[in-house]
Design a protein around this ligand. Structure first.
Ligand code: GDP
Ligand code: MG
Length: 390
């Protein structure tokens, strides 16, 4: 990372130690827009008497973006690692203001909104989000993003993390610079937008949100619908073991147990009895479900012990259950399976080792042994993950 400043134009018109706002703009090949963005941000701050600077975070743009930004009065930070998140992290590191206002270098956002963001921060908000959803100008957002991508990703984000933020991907937002250590942002790509919102929720920051306009873009978009959409979704999933593992695993194991019980008890459903194939299906779901739940518990433990995550449900569980509980449970389930298997073999021997047709019961017994062993050893793994907890 290096800083480029043109000596004859002051990048900062104020004492750099007492800046109120650093406008940070990520920029990749935006030569048709960057000048207007930088100038409008500087003009608005000048007009409103806000002591501010503009920091442009560039990733080796192949066009003249960086030079134009300097000429327009910005400080340009060069980040060699590509990506929207990498650019912002470099820009934040260089920012000197008490507040940071974020916005794209593509003329989609109106930098005249800066004072409104500052007002919200002055009033006590720690993160201020723009909300574009009711003011998207014609042609500003592709149909697929407006009606599929954004609702799907924002909906998932709020279902998982309950942030209550309407437009979680809005690129114009502002935050106090001193909350950055608490946010501890790390992602390098477009999923940075989601990471900030989720981390703010987990840190219980005071968040404000107000409607802003979203205009059609100048130049070409750097967003790749499916690649960046997937990066967002992937980020949401790997940060929520409850939704990735626990719920699906528990549901599968429950359905599997139900199916196995129906097959074992020979209950008549839909006018027929359910035999060995049904039992195989039930067994599969029981085993897979248990496995997924065990992985989820390990993911929760890793998050809690090594990533500083706080999950009320997992905290209650670990206060209540110890390694020995898991060992006893797993051991008991496996033992029941072994006993059932022994009874089958015993009956067969008693019948002079002749015909044997206890398929359903045999599959069930094997399933209990497998599930019991999984529980037993997963309990040890959970305990290992907690050994060096802080
Ligand atoms: N420095 C840098 N900026 C980027 C990168 N990708 C996107 N940007 C900038 O980040 C902003 C958002 O990208 P944009 O194409 O507008 O995506 P959208 O707003 O999600 O449609 C724009 O100012 C881009 O120039 C990158 O890899 N490096
Ligand atoms: Mg944009």
């Amino acid at each position: 990372m290096s800083t480029l400043e043109r000596p004859n134009i002051p990048a900062v018109r104020h004492d750099p130690d007492h800046l109120t706002v650093s406008v940070v703009i990520p920029c990749l090949n935006e030569e048709e827009n960057i000048e207007a963005c930088v100038r409008s941000a500087l003009e608005v701050m000048e007009r409103e008497g806000i002591a501010g600077e503009v920091v442009v975070a560039d990733n080796n743009s192949e066009d003249r973006s960086a030079e134009i930004a300097v000429e327009a009065g910005a400080r340009v930070v060069h980040e060699t690692r590509r990506g929207y998140g990498s650019a912002y992290l470099a820009g934040f590191a260089a920012a000197r203001g008490k507040y940071i206002v974020m916005g794209d270098a593509d003329l989609t956002y109106d930098f005249a909104e800066i004072p409104r963001f500052v007002t919200e921060l002055d009033k006590g908000a720690e993160l201020v989000m723009g909300d574009r959803m009711d003011n998207i100008q014609p042609g500003a957002m592709p149909w697929l993003h407006r009606y599929v991508g954004n609702p799907l990703l924002s909906g998932t984000l709020n279902f998982f993390f309950k942030t209550g933020i309407r437009d979680a991907h809005c690129g114009m937002r502002a935050l106090r610079r001193d909350v950055l250590p608490r946010l501890d942002l790390r992602t390098t790509g477009m999923e940075f937008a989601s990471e900030m919102v989720i981390r703010a929720g987990k840190e219980e920051l005071t968040v404000a949100e107000f409607p802003i306009d979203y205009h059609p873009r100048g130049g070409t978009s750097k967003l790749s619908t499916f690649r960046d959409g997937w990066r967002h979704l992937r980020f949401l999933l790997v940060h929520s073991p409850t939704h990735l593992f626990m719920l699906p695993g528990a549901i599968l194991a429950f359905i599997g147990t139900l199916i196995a019980a129906i097959s074992l008890s020979q209950i008549d459903i839909f006018g027929r009895e359910w035999e060995i194939h049904t039992m195989i299906g039930g067994a599969l779901l029981m085993i897979v479900g248990t496995q997924i739940v065990a992985l989820g518990l390990c993911a929760h433990a890793y998050g809690t012990y090594f990533m500083g995550e706080k999950d009320a449900w997992f905290d209650r569980m670990r206060a209540r259950f110890r390694l020995e509980h898991g060992l006893v449970l797993g051991g008991a389930v496996a033992l029941v399976g072994l006993v059932v298997a022994a009874v089958i073999v015993g009956t067969w021997i008693a019948n002079d080792a002749g015909q044997l047709s206890e398929e359903r019961l045999a599959v069930f017994a094997a399933t209990l042994v497998i599930v019991g062993v999984q529980v037993f050893f997963s309990s040890f793994l959970l305990s290992i993950l907690g050994l060096r907890r802080r």
